[in-house]
Design a protein around this ligand. Structure first.
Ligand code: C2E
Ligand code: CA
Ligand code: CA
Length: 472
C-alpha cells in the first residue's frame, strides 16, 4: 500500500514538475515574444523603452548624459518589393548584426570599464532600429557613432549572390537636453530622423527644439504641394550648357521652381524630397517632361534646331515601368524628335536596382533619347561598373569643380573622370562652373561641355531665346 501510494505520489509529482517546466517555458516564450523581435532577436519597442527608462534613472543619479539613435533604412520598401520579402528579412537581420558590431567596435565602448549597463540595439518595428548609448561622455560621441555607421553602410550587403546597398537616416536625441524621460527622448529622436530624411537621407541629425517648427512647416508645405499642380504653380527655368571648344550653347537643363502664392519662389531642394515621399513626384515629373519638350519645340521653331533639353528624373519616377513611354509621349505631343531629350539620372538611382535600370535606360536609348549621369563622383559606383550601362554623357559634380583650380585632390579626380569617360566614349559635362580659372582648367583637360553661373544662371525660356539670338 505504502509503496503503491509512494509511486502514485511520485508520478503526480513528476507530472507537476513537468507542468511547471512547461509553464515556465511558456512564460519564457511569452516573455520573449513580448520583449523581443522574433526576426532579429533584438529587444522590441516595449523592452527598449524599459531599458531606456532604467538608463535615464541611472544617468540622472550619476549626472551622466546618454543618447539614443533612431535609425531608419532609406528606401527599404523599394528593396523589399524588388528583391522579395525573404531577402528583405535577411537584409534586416544582416543590418541588425552590423549595428551590433558597430556599437561593439566603437572606441568609447572599448574604453568604458563598467559593465552593469551596456549599450542596446533594438528593433521597434519595420525597418526602424534604435540604439541606446549609455556611456557617452560628450554629445560628439553620438555623432561619431552615427557617422561611423553611415560609413560602414557604404559596403554592400551580400545576400544570396545579390549585392545590396542600403543607406540609413539617423535621428539623435540626447538626455537631458532633448528630453528627460524615455517617452520624449524616443519621440524626439523620431522627429530628428524625419529631419534627416528631409535633408536628402543618408545622414544624421540631432534633435533640437527648433526642429518642431521645422516639421510642422514641412507638413503644411506637403499639403499645399498636392494642390500646386492643379493650380499651375510650377514653372521651369533653363540653364545653358556650353560647348567648351566653340563656346556656343548646345542645350539646356530644365530646373523646376515652385511659385508658392504665400512664400514666393521655392527651390527644388526644398520640395522635391517632399514630393518624393508622397509620390507626387510622378505626376510632377511628367509635367516637367511635357513642359520641357514643349519649350524645346518653341526654340526649334525659332530656328535653333541644335538645342536639346535635359530633364532631371527622381528615383520614384525612374522606377515607373512606363517611364520611357511617358517621355516618348511628351516628345510626340510636342512634335519633337527623340534626340532632343536628355534624361539626367544619378548613380544612386541606378544602384538601387541595377538590372531594372539597364532595362529602362536601354529602352529610352533605343528610342533615341540620351542618358546622362548627374552629380557624378558623389555616389559609390565606379566608372568601370557604369560601363555596363547604356549612357551618353556624365556630369561631374559641382563639389569637385568648386576647388578644382586649387585643390590638387579634386583636380586629380576631375582629370581621372574625364580620361576614363572619354575612354568609354562618354561626353563629359562640368557643372557649377563659376570662375574663368575653373573654365580654363576644364578646357585644358578637354572637358566637352560646361554649365554654371559663369555662363548663365537658370533663366526663363524666353531669356534662353534671347541668349540664342545673341549668339547668331
Ligand atoms: P542638379 O541637377 O545638380 O542641378 C544643378 C543645380 O545647381 C541647380 O540648382 C542649379 O541652379 C545650380 N547651379 C547651376 N550652376 C551653378 C553654379 O555655377 N554655382 C552654383 N552654386 N550652383 C549652380 P536648383 O535649380 O536649385 O536644383 C537643385 C536640384 O533639384 C537639381 O540639382 C536637381 O537634382 C533637382 N531638380 C531640379 N529640377 C528638377 C526636376 O524637374 N525634377 C527633379 N526630380 N529634380 C529636379
Ligand atoms: Ca541635373
Ligand atoms: Ca547635378
Amino acid at each position: 500500500m505504502v509503496e503503491e501510494r509512494t509511486a502514485e505520489l511520485r508520478s503526480a509529482n513528476n507530472q507537476l514538475q513537468q507542468e511547471i517546466t512547461e509553464r515556465q517555458r511558456a512564460e519564457e516564450q511569452i516573455h520573449y515574444l513580448a520583449y523581443y523581435d522574433s526576426l532579429t532577436g533584438l529587444p522590441n519597442r516595449i523592452f527598449y523603452k524599459e531599458l531606456l527608462t532604467r538608463s535615464v534613472t541611472y544617468a540622472q543619479r550619476y549626472e551622466q548624459i546618454l543618447a539614443i539613435l533612431f535609425i531608419d533604412l532609406d528606401n527599404f520598401k523599394r528593396i523589399n518589393d524588388s528583391l522579395g520579402h525573404n531577402l528583405g528579412d535577411q537584409l534586416l537581420q544582416a543590418f541588425a548584426a552590423k549595428l551590433q558590431k558597430t556599437v561593439r567596435n566603437s572606441d568609447y565602448v572599448a574604453r568604458s570599464d563598467k559593465n552593469e549597463i551596456t549599450d542596446t540595439v533594438s528593433r521597434p518595428g519595420g525597418d526602424e532600429f534604435m540604439l541606446l548609448l549609455n556611456e557617452i561622455s560628450q554629445v560628439q560621441d553620438a555623432a561619431n557613432i552615427a557617422g561611423r555607421l553611415l560609413n560602414d553602410l557604404t559596403k554592400p550587403f551580400e545576400l544570396e549572390g545579390h549585392e545590396v546597398i542600403v543607406t540609413a537616416s539617423i535621428g539623435i536625441s540626447v538626455y537631458p537636453f532633448d528630453g528627460e524621460d524615455a517617452e520624449s527622448l524616443m519621440k524626439n529622436a523620431e522627429i530628428a530622423v524625419h529631419h534627416a530624411k528631409g535633408q536628402g537621407k543618408n545622414n544624421y541629425q540631432f534633435y533640437t527644439e527648433s526642429m518642431n517648427a521645422d516639421v510642422l512647416e514641412r507638413l503644411t508645405l506637403g499639403n499645399e504641394l498636392h494642390k500646386a499642380l492643379d493650380r499651375e504653380e510650377f514653372l521651369l527655368h533653363f540653364q545653358p550648357k556650353i560647348d567648351t571648344r566653340t563656346g556656343k550653347i548646345t542645350g539646356v537643363e530644365a530646373l523646376i521652381r515652385w511659385n508658392h502664392p504665400g512664400r514666393g519662389v521655392i527651390s527644388p531642394g526644398e520640395f522635391i524630397p517632399l514630393a518624393e515621399e508622397s509620390g507626387l513626384i510622378v505626376p510632377i515629373g511628367e509635367w516637367v517632361l511635357r513642359t520641357a519638350c514643349l519649350q524645346c519645340r518653341v526654340w526649334y521653331d525659332a530656328g535653333f534646331r541644335q538645342i536639346s533639353v535635359a530633364v532631371n528624373l527622381s528615383g520614384r519616377q525612374f522606377e515607373q515601368p512606363d517611364l520611357a513611354e511617358t517621355a516618348a509621349m511628351a516628345l510626340r505631343d510636342a512634335g519633337l524628335a527623340t534626340k532632343y531629350l536628355v534624361l539626367e539620372i544619378t548613380e544612386s538611382m541606378i544602384m538601387q536596382d541595377p538590372e531594372r535600370a539597364i532595362v529602362t535606360l536601354r529602352e529610352a536609348q533605343s528610342m533615341g533619347m540620351h542618358v546622362s549621369i548627374d552629380d557624378f563622383g558623389t555616389g559609390y559606383s565606379s566608372l568601370g561598373y557604369l560601363r555596363r550601362f547604356p549612357l551618353d554623357s556624365l556630369k561631374i559634380d559641382r563639389s569637385f569643380v568648386v576647388n578644382s583650380a586649387h585643390n590638387l585632390n579634386d583636380a586629380a579626380i576631375i582629370k581621372a573622370i574625364i580620361a576614363l569617360a572619354h575612354s568609354l566614349k562618354l561626353k563629359v559635362v562640368a557643372e557649377g562652373v563659376e570662375t574663368e580659372e575653373q573654365e580654363e582648367f576644364l578646357r585644358e583637360l578637354d572637358c566637352d561641355e560646361m554649365q554654371g553661373y559663369l555662363f548663365s544662371r537658370p533663366v526663363t525660356g524666353e531669356e534662353i531665346l534671347e541668349l540664342l539670338d545673341k549668339e547668331k
